[in-house]
Write a protein that binds this ligand. Structure first.
Ligand SMILES: [Cu+2]
Length: 86
């Protein structure tokens, strides 16, 4: 079973940042796919919720030096309002 989630990523400024974030996510056990967009400041992650927690996804990004927010607070991410973007 997998779940797809879109994270908001702050602090990326170039393609190297995108790679850092992508690799940080993919390194985690239970992450099947990570598509990071510099333009959208987002990361779409396909992961197995029984193997890795959302908090671990956020933490992995933050350990690379970027900020990560889950758009859906009910999933256990940081509570953050969104301004209409996806
Ligand atoms: Cu960069």
């Amino acid at each position: 079973m997998t779940r797809t989630i879109t994270l908001r990523i702050e602090g990326m400024s170039c393609e190297a940042c995108v790679r850092h974030v992508t690799e940080a996510l993919k390194r985690l056990e239970g992450v099947e796919r990570a598509e990071v967009s510099l333009q959208n400041k987002s990361a779409q992650v396909v992961y197995a919720p029984d193997r890795v927690h959302l908090q671990q996804l956020l933490k992995a990004v933050e350990e690379e030096g970027y900020e990560a927010f889950a758009d859906d607070p009910s999933l256990g991410g940081k509570e953050e309002h969104t301004n209409g973007s996806q």
